[in-house]
Ligand binder design. Sequence first.
Ligand SMILES: Cc1cc2nc3c(=O)[nH]c(=O)nc-3n(C[C@H](O)[C@H](O)[C@H](O)COP(=O)(O)OP(=O)(O)OC[C@H]3O[C@@H](n4cnc5c(N)ncnc54)[C@H](O)[C@@H]3O)c2cc1C
Length: 317
Amino acid sequence: MTDVLAITDHRRGELRDVSYEIITAGRELADATGGDLHLAVISGTVEDFAEKLDREGVDVVHTVDYGEEFNHGVYAQATTQLYDELAPQYVLAPNSVNGLDYAPAVANELDLPIVTDTIALESDGETLTATREMYGGKVETTNEVEGSAVVTIRSAEWPAAEGTGDATIESFDADIDEGALGSTVSGFEEVGGGDVDITEADVLVSVGRGIEEEENLDIIHDLADALDATVSSSRPIVDNGWLPKNRQVGQSGKVVTPDVYIAIGISGAVQHVAGMKGSDTIVAINTDPNAPIMDIADYAIVDDLFDVVPALTEQFS
Ligand SMILES: Cc1cc2nc3c(=O)[nH]c(=O)nc-3n(C[C@H](O)[C@H](O)[C@H](O)COP(=O)(O)OP(=O)(O)OC[C@H]3O[C@@H](n4cnc5c(N)ncnc54)[C@H](O)[C@@H]3O)c2cc1C
């Protein structure tokens, strides 16, 4: 039997989508040998979170009621103590900013191997086979790990768990050593771009180098307004300082999974595609019919964006 302990992620009172995806990943692993899936939700409104996380496939949700927001030391200590208590074979954490903060510390503390940024997982109960991408998604590697391990999972690689479960919700009384915490969260300050979170958008109007000049971005914002959508971009737009970093989609930006992703003047480099290939419907607007974005687009408009975008805006206004 292979028990799995999966740690969920939340920020400013909201569970992150990866918290539901990690249920699917954890269930797959636990199913391989008929084990249990233990979820943990640490800090924040844990009772409320636990009810939301009680979806199909979850056996137990452990709540650690300590503090409001993410804190490295709290997560590292609570996860380590949960491991000691439950003795799972695998500890799963999101490959998020938070997950990458505490998961290595947990692996170090427990003297376990760690595999980060995985996109597929299999286990026969003894050997974990974890798939990772390298070179911006050009190469996939499989990594075999014997015995117990800490694993971080990439967001949007597993479908979110659905349905209502019948998990047991248990409060876990973690013995947090406050003297060892080292930091406290005193508040939040959003980096430029305000409170826009492109990972939560249903429709993204995404702009690339084809837009040529900063002042041309007006037509992109107009289309986004007409569609009630959010503006995102490829990296050159951010590198030029035309949009803030929190709008960047891709390997070194954000991973997004909107219902509709409209790629305007974006070639579809592997580093960009890594961040948006999980979108439900991809529309490409590009003058080049051979641009790589065409390989993953559901709909393509092969034409000049300076003609197409205003025409679409007019259509949807
Ligand atoms: C380590 C590393 C990490 C990276 N991380 C990221 C990342 O997170 N996100 C990211 O996006 N990139 C990232 N990159 C950069 C990536 O390799 C590409 O350089 C970048 O995605 C290209 O952006 P683009 O598609 O906007 O520009 P281009 O590749 O220059 O494409 C512009 C496109 O616009 C089209 N076009 C031009 N004019 C028009 C017009 N008038 N009408 C319609 N179409 C037009 C062209 O045909 C072309 O396809 C990374 C690179 C590295 C090395």
